[in-house]
Structure formats: structure tokens, C-alpha cells
Design a protein around this ligand. Sequence first.
Ligand code: SF4
Ligand code: SF4
Length: 293
Amino acid sequence: MELLIASGKGGVGKSTITASLISLLSKDFKIAAVDADAEAPNLHILFGVHDWDRVEEFSAAKTAYITDACTNCGLCKDVCVYEAIYEKDGMHHIKSYICEGCGACSIVCPVDAIRITDTISGWLKVGTTKYGPLVSAELDVGKPNSGKLVTEEKKIARDWVKEGKAEHIIIDAAAGIGCQVIASISGVNLAILIAEPTPSSLSDLKRMYGLAKHFGVPSKLVINKDGINPDYRGLEEFAEENNIEIIGRVPYDSSVPRAITALRPLVEYAPDSPASRAIVEIADKVKGWFDAR
Ligand code: SF4
Ligand code: SF4
């Protein structure tokens, strides 16, 4: 089974819940963990991975560079809508971190002085944790194609399943509904959506739910920080309107920030805390789904 944990919004506790679920579920199943937030990966920190087994460069972007044939006519600078080309001391240069590799400059250059080449857009990282294998990724500054990077991560995790190193895949999605999240959700069996009882979180939940629905992925809801806004019923009403099962309510709990500071999954750091107990109940439900497959 491939399970996505997503929120549509950062800061609602998605990685905290993901890390604890993986910690609990890895006692009964071989879990492949995928940190699909290539722009801000953090699962490896909670899992204590300091040394990676493997780090691979990932190229899915192009960049332009100017060769010595340049006559400094300036035509390329005029055509670059990204303003990646600048002139200094009469010479033309390209800011590679801004260049999108569109190739417009190379088309207008009258002396064919511009080359477009592949460039490293990020890194794929494979590690071993006490919970099983972890694949993570890191996008380079300003580079596009984080979605392709996430797709590569999922391929690695799926290979682990084929090789018998894992039975189930749990993907910790990035915030938002951008290309990373789209790459994360395609082909998964179920999305667990995490939201907190606030209007802004509801707004993001609606967008994330719409994305899951678009891809034909069923969703379940976890309400995190339950109780911080006792009169607010927006999440429940949305879940009822859309027939989304609420599979857990994790109360606001001061153990959570302490566990994050201690760099440990909450259910290990404070197993008897109210939040941990709520996550254990969610894990029991996930176990039932895993057993049923
Ligand atoms: S390839 Fe495109 S983005 Fe890059 S410098 Fe040329 S025109 Fe600008
Ligand atoms: S268009 Fe070609 S020749 Fe002109 S400044 Fe750009 S790289 Fe140099």
C-alpha cells in the first residue's frame, strides 16, 4: 500500500504525525519512508540520519552559459525575460541560479556564442533508519523540477517493495499543492490529510482534498491540535459535506515541540502523552488497512 500524508499547509504537524506513524507501523511492517518535500526535507532529522548510504546528483534542468565567441552585442540580455543576463565591464554574463534554460538567448545570439547544458537540480539521498529505508531529496537553490525529483524518490521506494525490502510506502508530502505534491499523490492508494481547526487550514485542506479527488485518490482526515479552537466546526462540516472520514483527533500537546527539539518521533519521546495516544489509535487504523491488503 502507498500512503500519502499531506496537509496543503505547512506547520500543521504533518511531519510530526508521519514520523510517529512510521515509528509505530515499522514494528509490524517493513515500511519504506519517502520524504517528498524536496525543498525542505526534514524526516531524516527526526529519524537521526547523519550519514547517507547513497547520494546521487539529479539533473532535470537546463542552464545557459556564454562562450568566448561572444561579441557583447547585448541581444541576449534584451530577450531574457527572467533577467538572468547582465553586463559588467562591457562583458555579458549569466546568473545560473536565475536562468531557466529556456534557450531564447541562444536563438537570438548572432554568433552562436551561447550553449544550453544540463545542470544539477538537486540530489537524491538514500539512508537506513531503525524504521527501515528512507529516501529523501534536496532541491538546489532556485532550481525547478522538484516534481521530477519526487517521482524519482517514489521509483526508488517502489523498487524496494519489488525487492522485498519494504511492504508498504509512506510518503511525507510537501506543503502546498505544487508540482512536488502532484508528483507525490499520483498512484498512491490513500491520502491522510492533516488539518488544524482554523479557517486558513480549512482553506488549504479544501485545495489538497480537491487535488486528491482530481487524481482519484480517496482521502481521510486527521484533525491535529484538536481543541485549540473549540467553537470552530469548519473541518467537521467540510468532512461531512464531502463524506470524508475523520480517522483521528490529535490534541494540542506541549510534548510535541519538546519531541521536535529532542529530534525524536513523539510516540517515542512521550509515549503516554495525549497526542501520542491519539496517534497510536490512528496507527491501529492504518495497520488494519495494511493487513487487509
Ligand atoms: S536560457 Fe533563457 S533564462 Fe537562461 S539566460 Fe537564456 S534567455 Fe535567460
Ligand atoms: S547575443 Fe551572443 S554575442 Fe551578443 S552578448 Fe549575447 S552571447 Fe554575446
